[in-house]
Write a protein that binds this ligand. Structure first.
Ligand code: ADP
Ligand code: ZN
Length: 604
C-alpha cells in the first residue's frame, strides 16, 4: 500500500482554529461561572442529601458532580466515586438531571454552547471533508483514511504507569515467568553478549479479570520503560485498511521508543483462526497479516517486547503462535484461596477498613471470584459504609458485597408469592440439608430467598474448606446428590415439581458426564479417555472421541448416576423430614439463614 501524507497538515491547522474558537467561548462564559460560588462537599454528605431528597439539580460530569440544593440557591461540588445505583437513587429522590447547572443564569450562553457552536463545527468539518473528497476524487478516499487510521495507542511513558509486581497479588508463577523480561529490559547487553534472543511475543493466557493487563503494565513499570497498549477490538474498525495501518503505526512508534512494552489486549479479536469460510472478515485478516509482517520484520533484540492477552488461546491462528512470534505462553489463572486473600488485602489498602476484618473468611466465601471481582467487592463494601454513614468498612459490608457482586443486586420490589416463597425455602434447604448430611460436602455459609436481579430465586453460599484439586469419586457423587436435593425436597413436600431446578439439572448432568467420560469413574469404561478438551478456559468445550454405540452407553451411565444420587438425596430428606420442616420454616420466616443458625437448628 502507498503512504499518502498530505492530509496531515491541513488537519492540524483546522484543529487549531477549532480550539481557538472553543477558548474564545470559554473566555466569555468563564466569568459568569465564577460569579456563582461553588462549595466543596464530601461524597457522604452528597449521599445523605440524596436520601433526604434535598437535591434540586444535579450534573454528573467526567470527574465531579455539580449539584444544587432544592431551592437552587446554593451550588456544590463533590468528587465522583464509582457508585452504580447513584442515578437511580437520585432519580428516586426527585432530583432534576441538568447538563449545565452553572449556565442557568445566562441562557444565551447555554444556547451558544449547546447549539450554535456544535453546528459551526459540524458545518466546518463537513465542508472540509467534501473539499478533500473532491480534491482526491478517484481512489483518493483511501488516503483520507490514512490520516484517520493513525494509531491512538495510549502511551504511558516511564513511571506514569506506576504499577509494580507488588501491586499484582497472587499470580506468583506468572510474575516469575515475566521477571526474565524485566531483567532483559534492564540489561539487554548481558543477553546479547551470549547471543541469546529474547522472545518477541509473549501470550498471557487466562480468564477475564485475572490481572493480565496489570501484569503487562507491571513489566513496563518494573523495567521503567514506556508502555503502549491497544485492544484487539480497536484494530478492527469500520474502514477496510484502517486496522492494518494502525498496526503499522503502533510498531513505528514502538520502535522509536524502544526499549518498550507493547500490549495487545483481546488479541483473539484479530488473531482468530482463518477458517477459510467464504466471505470471511477481510478487515481482520489484513490486520492480522500486518501484525505478522511487523513481528517478523524486527530482530529479537530491538528491545520491543510484545505482550498479548487472550482467554481463548485455542482459537488463535496457528501462524501467530509460530516460533519468533508469540512462542511463549504465560498462564494467568483464577486466584486460589491464598491469592484471593492477598488480592483482597491489596485493594483494602486503598479504602478504610475495620482492623478486625477477617480477610481469610471473605476469601473463602468468594471462591471462584476473579481479581477484578474481588476488587469490586472491596469497592462495594466501601460504598456500603459510606451509605450508612460509617467511617470504615467492616466484615458485614464485605460479606454483603460478595453477594452483591457475585449474585447481582437485591431486587427488593420483586415480591414472591407466598406459595412461591415456601417452595423456594424448601428447595434451598433441601440442597443445604443434603450437603450437610453427607460428611464430605462443604458446610453451608448462608442461604437467602431474597430474589436477585441475576434471576436466581434462592441463593445458597457454600464455603469450601480451602481449595482442593483432587476430589474423590464419593465427593463428586455427593455433589450430584446435593444438586438434585432441591428438586427432591419439592417432590417430598409438595408432591409436584417446578421449573426452579433447571440450573441444578444442568450442573448435575455436567458433573456426571465428566465423571464418566473424563475422570474414568465409570463402571464399564475403565481408564479410557472418551473425550478431549479443547477449551480449558471458557467452560471447556469438549468433543467425544468414541463410537456412537459407546455414546449411547455413556448416556445410559450418566442417567443412572444422576438417578441414583437423586434417590439418595430423596432418602436423606425423608429420613430428616422433621429438620427439613424446621429449617424451611425458619428460612421462610426470616428470608435468610446463616450457617451458624442452620447448624444450631440441625443439632438441636
Ligand atoms: P484482565 O486484563 O486479565 O482482564 P485486568 O488486569 O484488567 O484483568 O484486571 C482488572 C482489575 O482487577 C485490575 O485493575 C485490578 O484492580 C483487579 N485485579 C485483577 N487481578 C488482580 C491481582 N492479581 N491483584 C490485584 N488486583 C487485581
Ligand atoms: Zn436449586
Amino acid at each position: 500500500m502507498h503512504e499518502v501524507k498530505s492530509p496531515k497538515k491541513p488537519l492540524i491547522s483546522y484543529y487549531i482554529i477549532i480550539i481557538a474558537i472553543l477558548l474564545l467561548f470559554n473566555l466569555i462564559a468563564m466569568p459568569r461561572i465564577n460569579q456563582m460560588e461553588i462549595e466543596e462537599m464530601d461524597y457522604g454528605t452528597f449521599m445523605r442529601m440524596t436520601e433526604k431528597k434535598q437535591i434540586g439539580q444535579v450534573d454528573i460530569r467526567d470527574n465531579e458532580i455539580i449539584f444544587t440544593n432544592k431551592s437552587g440557591s446554593k451550588i456544590y461540588r463533590t468528587g465522583l466515586m464509582e457508585d452504580p445505583d447513584r442515578t437511580q437513587r437520585l432519580y428516586d429522590s426527585g432530583a432534576v438531571f441538568s447538563s449545565e447547572i452553572v449556565e442557568e443564569t445566562s441562557p444565551w450562553i447555554t444556547m451558544l454552547l449547546s447549539w450554535i457552536l456544535p453546528l459551526l463545527i459540524f458545518i466546518g468539518i463537513g465542508q472540509y471533508l467534501s473539499k478533500k473528497l473532491m480534491e482526491k476524487a478517484g481512489g483518493g478516499a483511501n488516503s483520507m483514511m490514512f490520516g484517520m487510521g493513525k494509531s491512538n495507542a495510549k502511551i504511558y511513558v516511564k513511571s506514569s504507569s506506576g504499577i509494580k509486581f507488588s501491586d499484582v497479588a497472587g499470580e506468583d508463577e506468572a510474575k516469575e515467568n515475566l521477571t526474565e523480561i524485566v531483567e532483559y529490559l534492564h540489561n539487554p547487553k548481558k543477553y546479547t553478549e551470549i547471543g541469546a534472543a529474547m522472545p518477541k511475543g509473549i501470550l498471557l493466557v487466562g480468564p477475564p479479570g485475572t490481572g493480565k493487563t496489570m501484569l503487562a503494565k507491571a513489566v513496563a513499570g518494573e523495567a521503567d520503560v514506556p508502555f503502549f497498549s491497544m485492544s484487539g477490538s480497536e484494530f478492527v474498525e469500520m474502514f477496510v485498511g484502517m486496522g492494518a495501518s494502525k498496526v503499522r503505526d503502533l510498531f513505528r512508534q514502538a520502535k522509536e521508543k524502544a526499549p518498550c512494552i507493547v500490549f495487545i489486549d483481546e488479541i483473539d479479536a484479530i488473531g482468530k483462526k482463518r477458517d477459510g469460510q467464504i466471505g470471511g472478515n477481510d478487515e481482520r485478516e489484513q490486520t492480522l497479516n500486518q501484525l505478522l509482517t511487523e513481528m517478523d520484520g524486527f530482530e529479537g533484540n530491538t528491545g520491543v517486547i510484545i505482550l498479548a492477552a487472550t482467554n481463548r488461546p485455542e482459537s488463535l491462528d496457528p501462524a501467530l503462535l509460530r516460533p519468533g512470534r508469540f512462542d511463549r505462553r504465560v498462564p494467568v489463572e483464577l486466584p486460589d484461596l491464598k491469592g484471593r486473600e492477598e488480592i483482597l488485602k491489596v485493594h483494602a489498602k486503598k479504602i478504610k477498613v475495620d482492623p478486625d476484618v477477617d480477610f481469610n473468611k471473605i476469601a473463602r466465601m468468594a471462591s471462584g471470584a476473579s481479581g477484578a471481582e474481588l476488587a469490586n467487592i472491596v469497592n462495594e463494601a466501601a460504598l456500603r459504609a459510606v451509605r450508612d454513614g460509617r467511617s470504615c468498612a467492616n466484615q458485614q459490608d464485605l460479606e454483603e458485597s460478595i453477594e452483591v457482586v457475585i449474585a447481582g443486586y437485591q431486587k427488593k420490589n420483586a415480591i414472591l408469592s407466598d406459595q412461591e416463597k415456601k417452595v423456594v425455602a424448601y428447595h434451598e434447604i433441601g440442597h443445604a440439608l443434603v450437603a450437610a448430611m453427607q460428611t464430605h460436602s462443604a458446610p453451608v455459609q448462608k442461604i437467602t430467598i431474597i430474589p436477585r436481579t441475576s434471576g436466581a430465586l434462592g441463593y445458597t453460599m457454600q464455603v469450601e474448606d480451602g481449595d482442593h484439586y483432587l476430589m474423590t469419586k464419593e465427593e463428586l457423587e455427593n455433589k450430584i446428590a446435593t444438586y438434585t436435593a432441591g428438586r427432591a425436597a419439592e417432590e417430598l413436600i409438595f408432591h409436584s415439581v417446578t421449573t426452579g431446578a433447571s440450573n441444578d439439572i444442568e450442573q448435575a448432568t455436567k458433573l456426571a458426564r465428566v465423571m464418566i467420560s473424563r475422570y474414568g469413574m465409570s463402571r464399564d469404561f475403565d481408564m479410557v479417555a472418551l473425550e478431549t478438551v479443547s477449551n480449558q478456559y471458557l467452560g471447556g468445550d469438549s468433543s467425544l472421541a468414541c463410537s456412537a454405540e459407546t455414546q449411547t452407553r455413556i448416556d445410559e451411565e450418566v442417567i443412572e448416576l444422576v438417578k441414583t444420587q437423586h434417590e439418595k438425596a430423596y432418602r436423606i430428606l425423608e429420613e430428616n423430614q422433621e429438620k427439613l420442616h424446621q429449617l424451611a420454616d425458619f428460612l421462610y420466616e426470616k428470608e435468610t439463614i446463616t450457617g451458624a443458625e442452620f447448624m444450631d437448628i440441625l443439632n438441636r
